[in-house]
Ligand binder design. Structure first.
Ligand code: HEM
Ligand SMILES: *[C@@H]1O[C@H](CO)[C@@H](O)[C@H](O)[C@H]1NC(C)=O
Length: 326
């Protein structure tokens, strides 16, 4: 009996130590709703100010920042790995074909510089990516997402082949859509809502030419098919660099995307698939008619995407493009 009690005692000791003592000390990698309250209390205000002050340079930047967040979190969690340039031992993730069109890293650099001036060496680039995306949504007229957890660490490596394998290709289908967001604990409603990010921004012709040539993708409406063919003529890499707006209001975070997708005008294959599928069609109908339902589901989906788990090893990068020297 005594032996059992001892074992139980030791168990509780370790339980107490691991769960209570280790957890209550604020350490990086341990996400919290108040992570920077002591070390950088105005971090969210700085992000807001820098994004707002630089918007005139590129009013489409919010779209870029929102997609950057997805493409960071989708590859081994939100760890700022997409920001790393090629350097010793690292081929940048931005070489991955699905990262075509990733842009506006200069906004992240500007935010990082402003934060370093106010509170050096405490805020990770990974958290900046999440905060910048949250700000992008708000400044474009979308919901103000509450309850973000912060305290992420920046990766000390990046791997282009893992990025290539983890990111959905431009012609991803319904199954991949289900898998990507379901694996992050999203409901079907949340999965449709997060795809509503396509209310912002543009796609390159290169991402949609397979829907136009050699033959028409069945799910494209006939008028829209002609619009896209004019915009993206057959052949020629130069022409494939032209861009097409995701919806009629590509600068505004609204529910126009759902209306458009339901009308046979989904820009990417996944947009059309989700509009046509029997499971998700009613959800798109709901969101196209009810902006509040869209915003609420988008906000909770955004939080789930922001919690995609990453490796525990990491650092606070001095420069978001490079791992620290030592
Ligand atoms: C299965 C899921 C998804 C697929 C297949 C997909 C595919 C694409 C493609 C092909 C582009 C155009 C890239 C280009 O040609 O430049 C794009 C753009 C975009 N995507 Fe997605 N996407 C998905 C999910 C998401 C999610 C979850 C978000 C955000 C949370 C997102 C946000 C965006 C934004 C904002 C743009 C416009 C970017 C810009 O204007 O620079 N996408 N997406
Ligand atoms: C990237 O990841 C793949 C698959 O895990 C691995 O085989 C490869 O060695 C990695 N490359 C680098 C440069 O670490």
């Amino acid at each position: 009996m005594g032996g059992v009690r001892e074992v139980v005692g030791i168990f509780f000791f370790f339980f107490f130590f691991v769960v209570v003592v280790v957890n209550t000390s604020t350490c990086w990698g341990q996400l919290s709703g108040h992570f920077y309250d002591g070390s950088c209390p105005n971090v969210e205000g700085i992000v807001r100010r820098v994004v707002a002050h630089n918007l005139w340079r590129d009013p489409t930047a919010p779209a870029a920042l929102l997609r950057l967040f997805f493409h960071d979190c989708q590859v081994q969690g939100c760890d700022g790995s997409i920001l790393l340039d090629s350097q010793e031992g690292i081929v940048t993730e931005r070489e991955a074909p699905s990262n075509l069109g990733i842009r506006r890293l200069d906004f992240i650099d500007k935010i990082k510089a402003a934060i370093e001036r106010a509170c050096p060496n405490v805020v990770s680039c990974a958290d900046i990516v999440v905060l910048a995306a949250r700000e992008a949504v708000r400044i474009a007229g979308g919901p103000h997402i509450e309850g973000l957890l912060l305290g992420r660490l920046d990766s000390i490596t990046a791997n282009e082949s893992i990025a290539s394998a983890s990111l959905p290709p431009p012609d991803a289908r319904f199954d991949e859509f289900l898998q990507i967001f379901g694996s992050k604990g999203m409901s079907l409603e949340e999965s449709v809502a997060i795809l509503g990010a396509h209310t912002l921004g543009v796609g390159h012709c290169g991402s949609i030419v397979n829907r136009l040539y050699p033959e028409k993708d069945e799910s494209l409406g006939p008028l829209y098919y002609n619009v896209l063919r004019l915009r993206c003529p057959a052949g020629g890499m130069v022409r494939q660099r032209a861009v097409v707006a995701n919806d009629r209001t590509p600068l505004v975070f609204d529910s126009q995307y759902f209306e458009k997708a339901l009308a046979g005008r989904g820009l990417f294959r996944v947009d059309s698939d989700v509009a046509l599928n029997q499971l998700t069609n009613p959800i798109m109908q709901l969101f196209s008619a009810n902006r509040h339902a869209f915003f609420a589901a988008f906000s909770s989906a955004f939080l789930k995407l922001s919690l995609a788990p990453s490796a525990s090893a990491g650092e606070i990068r001095h420069n978001c493009r490079f791992v620290n020297a030592d």
